[in-house]
Design a protein around this ligand. Sequence first.
Ligand SMILES: [Fe+2]
Ligand SMILES: [Fe+2]
Length: 359
Amino acid sequence: MPREETIADQNTPPLVARAFDSVAHSYDSAFLADYDHLRGDLVRLYRMAKQAQWDGETYLDWSIDVDPEKPFFPVEETAISGTSHWTRLTEREKVQLNHESIAWTLSQFLHGEQGALLATAQIVDSVPNIDAKLYAATQVMDEARHVEVYDRYLHEKIEIVYPINPELKILLDQVLSDSRWDMKYLGMQILVEGLALAAFQTMRDYSTEPLIKELTAMVMKDESRHVAFGVLSLKDYYRELSEAEVDERVEFVYEGCRLMRDRLLQREVYEKMGMDVEACVEIEYHDQMSKTFRRAMFSKIVPNVKKLGLLNDKLRRGFEELDILEFENMPSSEEEFADSAALVNEYNTEAQAETSLVA
Ligand SMILES: [Fe+2]
Ligand SMILES: [Fe+2]
């Protein structure tokens, strides 16, 4: 006789709650024989990461009432504002477009965070240095918390979640399926996280919604450490590469940047709104403010790639063509991290002095 369904059954989610997409990969797990490297720069970063863990559930004020229909950024900054595609919309549709647009942007943040979670777990497994394994383990936890807070914000406050943008998915798949540990770093820590850091900066500095500003500011504190981890881990290793190996990485960086600069447009929003997709995407692509924003997304990537020694003549020409070479002399994440680490050290020294006085 079939068992009667209980309340417990109703509350238990199915084992596979939603559809998922699997990415095939193969790489060697590096099980190390010695622990000699537990003394380098990365250990300092590891200590900082352990102390900087925060809990989004208790730290953030989730009682803040968010109106997703109120624009997070000035409406004049919408790429199509002022065009016939905008004036043709009813007032209700304009409100909906703003809502869809912020949902799309934050959904890409969420999916990017999940990509970072998976890639960092692979780095723990594959990187052949013990200090990098320990540090990357803290990053896995950071990324889990980032997925948690963006997912909660989207579901509770925005109530619309978009699938991953196809071009972002291509880049994440490349990172996850490559068998070489350094390519995971290069794709995730340098490209995707460099891009995210610049996009988060815009959200933190210009959004008018207080909860997303605070949430993003907290995520950014972790992300700047993550990008510094990439630079610190790769810079010595890349000095040893052959010309052919450098060329392959240069090609990967150029293609990744081109994909993200030209294709990360909110096509899916225009489709959902039933608008003239090709015309709107074209306007967004050429819109001056949108262009400035897309270029600014590379302000972290270019100096970091240079720091890694990858900015050879070929990549320089590529960056020139993408109009992002101007960022080459900005401080690298390693330098920014050194500044922030000095501040943390100062703070810790003062805190220790105070503790010993109390004792
Ligand atoms: Fe993250
Ligand atoms: Fe990250």
